[in-house]
Design a protein around this ligand. Structure first.
Ligand code: AMP
Length: 426
């Protein structure tokens, strides 16, 4: 089997690792990949958003299965191109990828499907948006409708802050095109959890659930980032929650998308806010696996990933994916200046004697001409600890994160703090 993984971050390294584990003899390619994927697959130097060259490459290499990691190539129609050429691909059409690429579209679909989500309005006009803010209770959440690398949502405790965020997006053009349409919504109370449903557009099989940490600093302080760490399993993701999410969120949204003639096939990620009554309110949808969530979800898969992805990629019903009863925690090591102005170039040293249960996934790294590993992106490495207990997985991840060195390293020491509090002996 010839497999192409599209993307070059920690999620794609984790995908290569998971596919290699299940398929020791497969021909694996990763575009563009990174120094971590190079040890498991053949890296192909094509950027993940260059869909013309990716389609040509799949053709030339005779790829059987393409798995698309990031959202941008999906929103640009990579899956449509490959399917039109008769190739199996895991990832939705550009039309269905709008569930992530346009928050305005996602809100419209949810309203039509009757899915629990925050009350909202969509605006393109600055004056109308400001007037709406003035008439609604605090706190409010202001979101750029388009793709903004996970950084386009601003939680505003006061109306004054909401006015500022609206002004920045619709007035000053923050987030460019992505912020020309804004969604303003009510603030939801509860705890967040991320679900990953593998679907052919009708049926759904879940991967393990995860919780991520978006803020830069310990205690969930500091600016929003693409994600500073994640863990799985999550105690609040009970069988009852999966059951409600399946019925009230997934099946209804998938039906509405089919009704609109844009069936969703691939991994549908639902970011949920679970309220005290256990109701799963949708905060957002993504059209692919999360990053860094994949770096804890995939190590927990006990088998059946290739088979299930392969089936969905060919338009068949997904088969169940087995989960191992282990815990996984990943800590993101970020570059100095992340998220606003990450600085590249620092030399990275990873100890040779990593403890059993530790996997280091590469994200923003590069090898220089002398073979030295260097920082080349905002999120540099993801350190995943896997162990029979949450506490042990957390310790493995944190201690290894301490031991890896590069100048300006930024990371959180409290990944999974909610779970640690729940599981602590009383
Ligand atoms: P999003 O880009 O929509 O996932 O939002 C990023 C983060 O902002 C989420 O993970 C939440 O922590 C927070 N957030 C977004 N929308 C809401 C909401 N309506 N209520 C509370 N928090 C929210």
């Amino acid at each position: 089997m010839r497999i192409l993984i599209v993307g070059g971050g920690g999620r794609e390294h984790a995908l290569c690792w998971a596919f290699r584990r299940e398929n020791p003899d497969a021909e694996l390619h990763c575009a563009p990949g990174n120094p971590g994927t190079a040890a498991l697959a053949r890296n192909v130097p094509i950027p993940a958003d260059d869909i013309d060259r990716l389609a040509d490459c799949a053709d030339m290499l005779g790829i059987d299965l393409t798995v698309v990691g990031p959202e941008v190539p999906l929103a640009r129609g990579l899956a449509d191109r490959l399917r039109a050429e008769g190739r199996a691909v895991l990832g939705p059409s550009a039309a269905a990828a709008q569930i992530e690429a346009s928050k305005a579209f996602a809100k419209d679909v949810m309203a039509a499907a009757g899915v629990p989500t925050a009350a909202s309005r969509t605006f393109t006009d600055l004056a109308q948006a400001l007037a709406w803010v003035d008439r609604h209770p605090e706190p409010l959440v202001v979101k750029a409708s388009g793709l903004a690398a996970g950084k386009g949502a601003v939680v505003c405790p006061t109306r004054a802050e909401a006015r500022q965020a609206v002004q920045a997006m619709l007035g000053a053009g923050a987030f460019g095109e992505a912020g020309r349409t804004v969604v303003i919504e009510a603030f939801l109370e509860g705890e967040e959890v991320s679900l990953f449903g593998l679907t052919d557009g009708t049926d759904v099989e879940f991967l393990p659930a995860a919780q991520d940490h978006k803020r830069l600093l310990d205690g969930d302080l500091g600016p929003n980032t693409g994600g500073m760490g994640a863990y799985s399993p999550v105690a609040i993701a009970t069988p009852a929650l999966f059951d409600r999410a399946r019925r009230e969120v997934y099946l209804t949204v998938l039906e509405e998308l089919r009704r609109r003639g844009m069936p969703f096939s691939g991994v549908l990620y639902a970011g949920l806010m679970v309220d005290p009554a256990g109701t799963p309110w949708v905060v957002e949808f993504n059209c692919r696996l999360g990053d860094p969530e994949a770096q804890v979800v995939l190590p927990r898969v006990g088998g059946g990933l290739t088979d299930a992805f392969w089936r969905v990629a060919r338009g068949e019903r997904p088969t169940p994916i087995r989960a191992r009863s282990v815990a996984a925690v990943t800590t993101v090591l970020a570059a100095q200046g992340y998220p606003d102005r990450p600085q590249g170039g620092a030399a990275v040293t990873i100890p040779q004697d990593l403890a059993a249960g530790v996997t280091v996934f590469h994200a923003g790294t590069t090898l220089d001409d002398a073979g030295m590993l260097r920082v080349a992106g905002g999120r540099v490495l993801n350190v995943t600890g896997t162990a029979p207990t949450f506490a042990e997985a957390q310790r493995l991840s944190r201690e290894t994160a301490e031991r890896i060195t590069f100048a300006g390293k930024v990371f959180r020491r409290d990944i999974g703090w909610r779970e640690a509090g729940r599981l602590a002996p009383v």
